[in-house]
Design a protein around this ligand. Structure first.
Ligand code: G1P
Length: 336
């Protein structure tokens, strides 16, 4: 089994953040969203991973993931030249996949459930597809699957009248028949080749398509508000670990991870908070629900419910930064 990880989206709903960083490299709880996907795949024992990228973000993503060594994976890159939809992105990875079944993973989705549970079901029951689903309050935002007994009998993409409340969360296990189904697709109303339509075509041809419904946490990180939601959910599970230095005038309340080489002076850390390596914090209040990347410099600022990525400087004369996603290398100063 191989995996195809889709990282070709442009992240238009996160502009201007995504003008500078691929949306899949945005850090949540100090780890790029894409890394969570790769880790989940490798934990399922799948090591051959094809990452589908767009020509603009290819270099950035490859510079972070390389050949997958740090994950114990073997990563190859496939370019999707034009944004023609998820099914088109999968089609671009056809040569990489060969005849093997693939885990298809949308890299902007955070999925707590081990996908090993879906791959095990695929191995055991040998269907054409296993689709991961979760009950959603707003199923019209997603692809949706209708189940009868133990199989999926219908799928629909972003239907105004969804046939069920079971949203497609963005991880699938697919056999090679998916490529024939993709070859015969027509573009959807939004002008894209939809993977949901390709799987519906498998169902229509009588192939076995199984659901795997998760009751665990998941999040599609399409907007800055989604990133902050995901950040809060992941920070709620951290295990405290302090490797930095706090002076006697600083305090930590609640759970915090503080990286090596970080120096905190005259500041309050209100967990849950993750602070990276080689960060400097002076006269500040950090938290709750804040992730601060490596090499940041934060002075005289109250930071809450925010993500601050690597190498940023905040110095705001006691002002509050709240509900914000601060890209890497940003300098935010308030003049007095
Ligand atoms: C895609 C899929 C949709 C799925 C969703 C999960 O939608 O087309 O079926 O429910 O991901 O996040 P997109 O986010 O590309 O609009």
């Amino acid at each position: 089994m191989k995996a195809v990880v889709l990282c070709a989206g442009f992240g238009t709903r996160m502009r201007p953040l995504t003008d500078h960083v691929a949306k899949h490299l945005i850090a949540v709880a100090n780890k790029p969203v894409l890394f969570y996907a790769i880790e989940n795949i490798v934990a399922a024992g799948v090591r051959d991973i094809g990452i589908v990228v767009n020509p603009n973000t290819h270099a950035q993503i490859e510079a972070q993931v390389h050949r997958g060594e740090r994950f114990g994976a073997r990563v190859q890159y496939v370019e999707q030249p034009e944004p023609l939809g998820l099914a088109h992105a999968v089609h671009c990875a056809r040569e990489f996949a060969g005849d093997e079944p693939v885990v298809l993973y949308l890299a902007d989705t955070l999925i707590d459930e081990p996908i090993a549970n879906a791959t095990a079901r695929f191995e055991r029951e040998q269907p054409s597809a296993v689709v991961m689903l979760a009950a959603a309050a707003d199923p019209q935002r997603y692809g949706v699957a209708q189940i009868d007994g133990d199989r999926i009998i219908r799928l629909a993409e972003k239907s105004p009248q969804p046939p069920s409340n079971l949203a497609i969360i963005g991880a699938y296990v697919l056999d090679h028949h998916i490529f024939e189904a993709i070859d015969q697709l027509q573009p959807s109303a939004r002008g894209e080749y939809e993977i949901t339509d390709a799987i519906q075509a498998l169902v229509a041809r009588g192939r076995l398509v199984l659901p795997h419904v998760t009751t665990r946490w998941w999040k599609d990180t399409g907007t800055p508000a989604d990133l902050l939601d995901a950040n809060r959910a992941l920070l709620d599970r951290i295990v405290p670990d302090s490797r930095g230095r706090l002076d006697a005038a600083s305090s930590v309340i609640g759970n915090a991870i503080i990286g090596a080489g970080t120096v905190i002076q005259r500041s309050r850390i209100v967990g849950p908070v993750v602070i990276g390596n080689d960060v400097r914090i002076d006269d500040a209040t950090i938290g709750p629900y804040v992730s601060i990347g490596d090499r940041c410099d934060i002075r005289r600022t109250i930071v809450e419910n925010s993500i601050v990525m690597d190498g940023s400087v905040l110095d705001s004369a006691g002002e509050r930064v709240s509900g914000s996603v601060v890209a890497a290398g940003v300098c935010l100063r308030v003049r007095q």
